[in-house]
Design a protein around this ligand. Structure first.
Ligand code: ZN
Length: 265
């Protein structure tokens, strides 16, 4: 070892290697979808012939540096086995009809992975998913209306990585309205605020950190509308995946520390 090497705790030296590893390889993305609307509703199946997960995965596969797999509710363990989660850097979550059918054991597993550093992107009606409510600790309730009105989404943190490449605002011609109060804890950053033709506003892009994991909630995406085919919406999701990927930072260690690093007199 060179004499100039700084004196560091062994845990920190190991984690430098982990960081290099994390930066060298592609970001492993798992796109999770409940997948029920597509099976029950012809209109939804027509819009998303490969499922909402298929549409999202197809886009994410086109983003450099990502490797993408999908998982759905009806697979064993909802497709989120310990092995799959161990091989996932960022999980995206779309659910609506069947939040209650997601096994608590799987929610526990996803939560543990988030706390350990996995990124989580929660989309649209995923605001009521077990995992999002658990991580937020609030009801995550909101107001809504389904008349296909216009939404204008303003970028309010233009320097944020999730806003990269976007115009100052973009519009969704026909959408389901979500309105405040959105019962979430104060986000670490609000990247987007939506205005709806009917008058409501909504914090549509919210960043949180729980443990070592980054969480992004993104509002757009109703199942009967072609919102996940819109370029700006997909761009945001791709940006969010890159932002939420684990940073490779040190693994925290807890508990009693009987020996100080420096002599204490
Ligand atoms: Zn909806």
């Amino acid at each position: 070892m060179a004499e100039s090497q700084p004196m560091v705790a062994p845990q920190i030296a190991n984690l430098t290697l982990r960081e290099e590893k994390a930066m060298d390889r592609p970001i492993r993305v798992t796109v999770w979808n409940e997948g029920r609307h597509e099976k029950r509703n012809v209109e939804v199946a027509k819009l998303y012939p490969k499922g909402i997960h298929g549409a999202l995965a197809e886009y994410l596969q086109s983003v450099p540096g990502l490797v993408v797999r999908t998982a759905t509710l009806d697979q064993p363990e909802h497709g989120l086995t310990a092995e799959v989660l161990a091989d996932t850097d960022v999980l995206t979550w779309w659910g609506h009809l069947a939040h209650a059918e997601v096994a608590d054991e799987v929610v526990d597993r996803v939560q543990a992975r988030v706390l350990a550093g996995m990124g989580l992107i929660v989309l649209h009606s995923g605001h009521f998913s077990k995992i999002f409510r658990r991580l937020m600790g609030t009801t995550c309730n909101l107001r809504w209306r389904e008349i296909g009105e216009k939404e204008r989404i303003w970028v309010v943190e233009p320097g944020h990585p999730i806003a990269a490449g976007l115009p100052p605002f973009f519009e969704i011609a026909h959408t389901e309205m979500y309105g405040e109060r959105f019962d979430i804890p104060q986000p670490d950053a609000v990247v987007f605020i939506s205005w709806f033709a009917g008058g409501e506003v909504f914090r549509s892009g919210c960043c949180f950190q729980r443990g070592s994991g980054r969480i992004f909630y993104f509002r757009p995406g109703h199942e009967t509308l072609p919102i996940y085919h819109q370029a700006e919406v997909l761009k945001v999701i791709g940006n969010a995946v890159r932002w939420a990927a684990p940073s490779g930072g040190p693994v925290p260690y807890f508990g009693q520390v009987p020996r100080p690093l420096e002599p204490v007199s």
